[in-house]
Design a binder for this molecule. Structure first.
Ligand code: NAD
Ligand code: GLY
Length: 363
């Protein structure tokens, strides 16, 4: 068994890496899980894994109820969180009960938010099943829902008690979702770890073939990078912002494209754009810029998209919640493995970067 420990004092927890769900009951015993559990999952994951996990938990003596919501980001809203809380009440859950989030980032963000507010906060466990959730959203305790046309507007920091990653679930994941998750994995290499970036360059075939040992090795290093940042800055007062590399432009592109591109694909385009700005300033060496382009292309990311109305993308960036003191914060790579945070990126630089990732079409 591979595992990592995220040391946040009283909120510390382990991240477990496995090839199946077999050890989940033991891991629940290790965290002294209560008898009463609510398993929250979406309609796709329910058929693939949810019913089997529910059965396993019940066979192990846990009084477990299930809550299934229709798959998709559109469900990441207050009504679904209220429905989860109603399911907790119907299952007579108290402050000692626990929620288990099984699924992608949508299930994890919502179940985590429900756990943060039900009876002023109960414990929860993350069992992520997408690459994005296994590499980013299940670790670090950010929970949220979308609200008033904005992504992740309402939420809470609420750390899970355990993250249980079964990499074999990636076998059923559509390729586009896999690419989306690779965006966050590549991001972690660029911002913090040159040797991990080189590992991604060198192990593409084994990663793409979903070779379990390689996936576990990748997941462990990847989560270790994120954990190290979260341990230093749990509430994003400084360092944690570097995890937003690629997101400043990426979020605006995601919204501009009406969510027809995945989150990770847009983060990929955002990383390209930020790297272009960094190279243009003489901050990022050209050789590193070329490697960033090459690795994104290798993993199947779109390298361009039609952005006909660039001023609208600019407007959408201004609305982004990461705007502070009237100026957008950018994370720019200074090399593969290091980034800087800055608020002095000019409109001309942003427009140039948008041109760089633009097909010049009309969509
Ligand atoms: P998602 O949860 O919607 O999952 C994507 C799709 O994959 C869904 O249709 C789901 O049903 C399906 N799916 C899940 N696991 C599967 C499997 N093993 N096999 C087949 N299909 C499967 O989306 P996501 O990409 O996992 O996460 C995106 C969300 O995560 C966004 O809401 C984003 O805001 C959030 N996020 C949160 C954080 C954080 O720190 N909390 C970080 C990054 C992203
Ligand atoms: N996904 C960014 C963060 O967890 O801070």
């Amino acid at each position: 068994m591979e595992q990592l420990h995220l040391d946040l004092g009283e909120k510390a927890y382990d991240i477990i890496f496995e090839q199946d769900f077999a050890r989940l009951p033991d891991c629940l015993v290790a965290i002294q899980a209560p008898q009463k559990l609510l398993l929250v999952t979406d309609s796709t994951v329910d058929g693939l894994y949810g019913r089997a996990v529910l059965k396993m938990l019940r066979q192990n003596g846990y009084d477990t109820a299930g809550f299934v919501f229709p798959a998709g980001e559109a469900q990441k809203q207050m009504q679904t969180v209220l429905d989860i809380c109603e399911a907790c009440i119907a299952h007579q859950m108290d402050r000692n009960s626990m929620i288990i989030a099984l699924g992608g980032g949508v299930a994890g963000d919502m179940a985590g938010f429900a756990a943060a507010i039900y009876m002023r906060g109960i414990r929860y466990v993350q069992v992520p099943t997408t690459l994005l959730s296994q590499s980013d959203s299940s670790v670090g305790g950010k929970t949220a829902i979308d609200f008033a046309d904005g992504k992740n507007i309402l939420g809470a920091f609420h750390q899970p008690k355990l993250v249980y990653i079964n990499v074999s679930t990636l076998k059923t994941l559509p390729n586009r979702e896999f690419i989306s998750g690779m965006g966050e994995v590549i991001k972690h290499g660029i911002i913090r770890d040159a040797s991990f970036f080189a590992y991604l360059e060198q192990n593409h075939d084994a990663i793409a073939a979903l070779e379990p040992k390689t996936l576990i090795s990748m997941a462990k290093t990847n989560c270790g990078i994120k954990a190290e940042v979260v341990m230093q800055d749990e509430f994003e007062n400084g360092l944690r912002s570097i995890l937003n590399f690629g997101h400043t432009i990426g979020h605006a592109v995601e919204s501009y494209k009406g969510y027809t591109l995945s989150h990770g694909e847009c983060v990929g385009l955002g990383m390209l754009a930020a790297s272009w700005i960094a190279r243009g300033r003489g901050l990022l060496p050209n050789a590193d810029f070329t490697r960033i382009l090459a690795v994104l292309s290798m993993y199947g990311f779109p390298m361009k998209t039609a952005l006909n109305d660039k001023n609208r993308v600019l407007d959408l960036m201004q609305k982004d919640k990461k705007k502070a003191e009237g100026k957008l914060k950018f994370i720019l790579p200074a090399s593969i493995g290091t980034v800087i945070q800055t608020r002095d990126v000019t409109t001309a630089e942003i427009l140039g970067a948008l041109e760089f990732i633009s097909l010049g079409g009309t969509v």
